[in-house]
Design a protein around this ligand. Structure first.
Ligand code: NAP
Length: 310
């Protein structure tokens, strides 16, 4: 068997196109564009490249990007002050604190300072809690992107054996919640899993998010499975056997021999993350606009009801 390649780049372009159309409709209706603020602490070159890509992607779909940069030696209170300023800025609908932050700072504690209604990556305790309760809220971009890839590939999740490798708060745990919500039978593997090969071999849908190049070997994959590779590992172009130097957590060629469908690296999950960052920004802006309309309506009615009471 030779797998169908799931074209994340193409699907992400379609999602971005749909977001651009919805942003134009939002602008038409409310007379303003949604705004996304990125906050970068320090000068880590990889993080600076990711932030620049996010800023560019905003401009392409008509979202206003706000680019906030703080020196690497910033204190917890200084970063918090920046986040609080953005929390109260009405032009900013969504806030992304670029992770990782420098080692002396506590990334999760800083993320928790973001107002939940602007928490575009769904990482605050409020949004993580809403997701685990199955209630609406802002949901993490990469897991949402993976769900979109599965849906557009026609994968039927109800009752399917879905095996996740990786249990991070950023990806593995929210991904498991989304799969459960769609009635998959979910297994979560991690560094203490006794027999990773045996667990993976049961999977109808195998999702790897570990950060270890080619950990998932070809014979971990059940014949006919759908394989989603979230891992992004940087090697030399020679080691990676491609120009970008990027490889996933799955040993692509042998896995593609057994799988029914598989995402490549690069060009699979990566582009979906930015597409859903844009979609979540729009979702936050729509929520804010509806809330403002509700308050305006309540204010309009308030004098009337006060009058009636007298
Ligand atoms: P992370 O926080 O480092 O978590 C890695 C997970 O892998 C942990 O749960 C860890 O287990 C598990 N693990 C480590 N070694 C293992 C092994 N030998 N066998 C089984 N499980 C093992 O990483 P992350 O933030 O979730 O990211 C994972 C990968 O996805 C990285 O390559 C990252 O770059 C990539 N990523 C890509 C995107 C994208 O947009 N494409 C977005 C997010 C992440 P323990 O919990 O037991 O330590």
């Amino acid at each position: 068997m030779s797998a169908t390649v799931i074209d994340g780049k193409g699907i992400a372009a379609e999602v971005r196109g749909a977001v651009a159309a919805d942003v134009a409709a939002f602008h038409e209706r409310y007379g303003r564009a949604p705004g996304l603020a990125t906050v970068l602490v320090g000068e880590d070159p990889a993080s600076a490249i990711y932030v620049a890509a996010k800023q560019r992607a905003c401009l392409e779909v008509g979202i206003i990007p706000f680019d906030r940069r703080l020196p690497a030696e910033s204190t917890f209170d200084e970063v918090t002050e920046e986040l609080e300023e953005l929390n109260s800025d009405r032009a900013v609908n969504a806030i992304l604190l670029q992770l990782p932050v420098p080692a002396h700072l506590d990334g999760p504690a800083l993320t928790a300072m973001i107002s939940p209604d602007k928490d575009v990556d769904g990482l605050t305790p409020v949004n993580a809690g809403l997701l685990s309760l199955g209630r609406p809220g802002l949901r993490p971009c990469t897991p949402c992107g993976v769900m979109e890839l599965l849906d557009r590939s026609g994968v039927s999740l109800a009752g399917a054996e879905a095996v996740l490798v990786g249990r991070s708060n950023l990806f593995g745990k929210p991904m498991a919640q989304l799969l459960l919500e769609r009635n998959a039978t979910v297994t979560i593997c991690h560094s203490r899993t006794r027999d990773l090969r045996a667990s993976c071999a049961r999977a109808d849908v195998l999702i790897a998010a570990v950060g270890r190049a080619r950990l998932i070997e070809g014979d971990f994959v059940k014949a006919g499975a759908v394989v989603i590779d979230v891992g992004m590992n940087r090697l030399t172009p020679e080691e990676a056997q491609n120009k970008s130097g990027l490889v996933g957590d799955v040993d692509y060629a042998p896995a593609a021999e057994r799988a029914a469908a598989i995402t490549p690296v690069p060009g699979g999950v990566g582009p979906m993350t930015i597409a859903f960052l844009l979609r979540n920004t729009l979702q936050a802006a729509q929520y804010h606009a509806e809330l403002e309309a509700m308050f305006a309506e309540a204010e309009r009615r308030a004098p009337m009801s006060e009058g009636r009471g007298r």
